[in-house]
Write a new protein. Structure first.
Length: 225
């Protein structure tokens, strides 16, 4: 048996015995990864799309997330959406166009300007883009005995007066006070400019009865897509 002293004194070149297996998890001299020296500040051990690896260095903060391509990124902004309701039956509808006031907001993210109290018939789009707009209007006869047709439509303005948005007519037909409500609905996808103001107007087209809006029965939703 060769002593340590003999080996230490020897100048002969020698190849150490293979011992990698002893440092593996099942080996007799296993080394834990967290017991090794701290790695250098580089990307050598980062995971790639081809190889396993360690997590890349944290970017700090509390909002960014790690993408599958190995980069830290901020979450996308939420999709702009606004949903408003008309929660009053006080609106009187006769033979002249009237605005539907949206006096209640169910949802309103960034991307829109609207007030439930001041000029509440208007909704302003703050960012140009393609939007989907859905609205429904529910009417009923408040007084009178004649049958009536009522029409609602979307109107747009940007620095000038309001004009009709093509393809947004809906018609409600009501018989008498005792025959209940009628609902019309519209859905469109359209490109809008920043600063476009939108509102829904309604008018009685035929008949002599006075019409009204059913409380909670009219709604508009606008969502950027």
């Amino acid at each position: 048996m060769i002593s340590d002293a003999t080996l230490d004194a020897s100048t002969a070149t020698r190849t150490p015995a293979s011992h990698a297996a002893s440092h593996l998890s099942a080996g007799g001299d296993s080394i834990k990864l967290d017991d090794l020296a701290a790695p250098e500040d580089n990307t050598d051990l980062n995971a790639t799309t081809l190889l396993h690896g360690l997590l890349l260095k944290l970017g700090g903060g509390t909002t960014n997330f790690l993408r599958a391509d190995g980069t830290w990124n901020a979450p996308s902004a939420p999709t702009p959406v606004v949903i408003c309701l008309h929660n009053s039956s006080a609106l009187t509808i006769q033979g002249t166009l009237v605005d539907i006031p949206w006096n209640s907001e169910r949802i309103k993210t960034t991307g829109f300007t609207h007030s439930t109290t001041v000029d509440n018939e208007e909704i302003t789009i703050t960012d140009a883009g393609i939007y989907r707009i859905d609205f429904n209007v529910t009417t009923f006869v408040t007084s009178g005995t004649s049958r009536a047709d009522t029409v609602a439509s979307l109107r747009i303005a940007n620095g000038g007066g309001y004009s009709f948005v093509g393809g947004t007519y809906c018609t409600m037909y009501n018989r008498t006070v005792i025959t209940g409500t009628s609902t019309g609905s519209v859905s469109i996808i359209r490109e809008f400019d920043a600063g476009d103001k939108l509102k829904v107007q309604v008018v009685r087209l035929s008949g002599a009865s006075t019409m009204g809006l059913y409380a909670g029965g009219s709604r508009i939703s606008i969502q950027k897509i």
